[in-house]
Design a protein around this ligand. Structure first.
Ligand code: SF4
Length: 473
């Protein structure tokens, strides 16, 4: 897990050269036609992918592209894909089919696909055989090579497929365009070593690689200078941050260092694996004022046999003990989780254990999923796949246990005043804006777009299961 600074710096310089060459081509196009080349990025999946897309956007802008309003009008279309759920994959194929017609009308359009889905051999074959209108394909390990891949495509006029199986190097300082001025995500590590039996991520994102603390801190200092108030530290399993770096650093220590950076007002992180959550981290969360009182701690299932089959490496009892410890140290903590229902072999009585955890841990929110098979994972090979109807019934029982607790915890906030970071104009009513409490609860309150990015005192006046209503005080 060593990081080789020279190789990274060399790679960055190499890609900058390609960016310059493409910029020259695009400038020449502008001088000739009076039009700028345009691009459209579609992102599927998690926050990690969203952050990768900010890097793609940064590089494309550096190369002279401007953002198109609609995909059909773009000269360069890129899909940053996700393979965690089959739905997302099907959507990518559907969109690619549609793009074939667009490309017929605009033969100059370039189509690129990248991200987790492309790391699967079977997907690559399908793209090569059935989607011949795709110009460029690359994966999760070489996203920074976009300029070089684009340049090769321009020069050779042939499709470029560049997928790496694994990569240890982390390329620093890629140009990045952030979607929000006042909040930003920062990768602290990449990959995952856990191999939960239902999950494709370790196969498509590779082994854990941590970034050096000084690179992370420098990036956050720069963001703070740029007006960023809220930072989200990203990793598949942030709790094992630092392992293998050869330095005396842990995630808890990193949190304490980030907490010292002037200008940053809120620190969030995701995701935490329960098996690696240390007391040291709980104390750091308790002590660091800027670290938000929210932890996302996926438990997935409550039955110990199912947890074992999932390869989660903790028991129901250990999980509940951990929750108790966290709540003792940080009484106002908001706890959210992920739950899978219908894992191979899971019976209704085993789902009762999941419901028992829900009742005991009392979650403030949860992402709930019915198990879906991912080709290439051990769970997909298991013979005892659960009947869809039974999984759906159990799923509904889980929601029936979960939602009243979420609602009750939300209602306890009514009448109290909280600091809220204004995020966006509300979709439903333009006179309202949405914001987040420190504990990550969503609140709607009266306001306008000029308030976005600022922190306000908001009194909660009403509660629903998935959001709060408030007013500025
Ligand atoms: S911890 Fe498990 S679920 Fe999370 S990314 Fe790693 S293998 Fe997937």
């Amino acid at each position: 897990m060593e990081r080789n600074n020279n190789v990274s710096a060399e790679q960055l310089a190499r890609q900058q050269e390609f960016m310059k060459k493409i910029r020259e081509i695009n400038d020449e196009y502008f001088n000739r036609t009076g039009k700028k080349k345009s691009m459209f990025i579609t992102t599927f999946g998690c926050q990690m992918n969203a952050h990768d897309s900010e890097k793609l956007l940064g590089m494309l802008k550096e190369m002279g592209y401007e953002e198109a309003q609609e995909e059909k009008d773009a000269d360069f279309v890129i899909y940053n894909t996700c393979c965690v759920r089959e739905n997302a994959e099907n959507k990518v194929y559907g969109n690619l089919g549609y793009l074939k017609h667009q490309k017929r009308e605009n033969p100059e359009m370039k189509i690129a696909i990248c991200g987790c889905m492309m790391q699967q051999e079977s997907v690559l074959q399908t793209i090569k055989e059935k989607y011949k209108h795709v110009d460029m394909v690359f994966g999760t390990f070489n996203l920074y090579k976009l300029p070089e891949i684009m340049y090769i495509n321009i020069e050779t006029k042939a499709p470029v497929f560049d997928i790496w199986k694994e990569h240890k190097e982390i390329v620093e300082d890629l140009p990045t365009i952030r979607h929000f001025k006042y909040k930003a995500s920062v990768n602290i590590m990449f990959g995952c070593n856990n191999f939960c039996s239902y999950c494709i991520v370790p196969y498509v994102r590779g082994r854990e690689r941590s970034r050096c603390p000084e690179d992370i801190l420098n990036e956050i200092r720069e963001l703070a200078k740029d007006g960023v108030k809220e930072i989200t530290l990203l990793g598949q399993n942030v709790n094992s941050y630092g392992l293998g770096l050869g330095e005396d650093i842990t995630f808890a220590k990193l949190l304490r260092m980030v907490n010292e950076i002037d200008g940053i007002e809120r620190i969030r992180f995701m995701t935490s694996h329960p098996k690696d959550l240390s007391d040291e981290l709980i104390y750091a969360m308790r002590d660091c004022k800027k670290v938000c009182n929210h932890i996302h701690l996926p438990f997935q299932a409550g039955n110990n046999d199912i947890l074992k089959a999932m390869n989660r490496k903790y028991t129901k009892e250990q999980y509940l003990e951990l929750v108790e410890k966290i709540k003792k140290e940080i009484p106002d903590i908001s706890l959210t989780t992920d739950i899978i229902v219908g894992f191979p072999g899971e019976t209704s009585s085993q789902v009762d254990d999941t419901i028992d955890v829900i009742k005991k841990a009392r979650f403030n929110g949860a992402f709930t999923f019915i198990y879906s098979k991912r080709t290439g994972t051990p769970a997909a090979e298991m013979k005892n796949q659960v009947d869809e109807k039974e999984a759906k019934e159990n799923f509904n029982r889980v929601l029936d246990a979960l939602n009243p607790i979420i609602y009750e915890l939300n209602c306890q906030k009514v009448g109290k005043t909280y600091k809220v970071l204004a995020d966006d104009v509300s979709n439903g009513d333009k006179e309202y804006i949405t914001g987040r409490l420190e504990d990550n609860s969503l609140v709607h309150f009266k306001g306008d777009s000029s308030m976005i990015g600022q922190i306000f005192d908001v009194k909660i006046t009403d509660c629903k299961t998935f959001y709060l209503i408030g007013e500025r005080v």
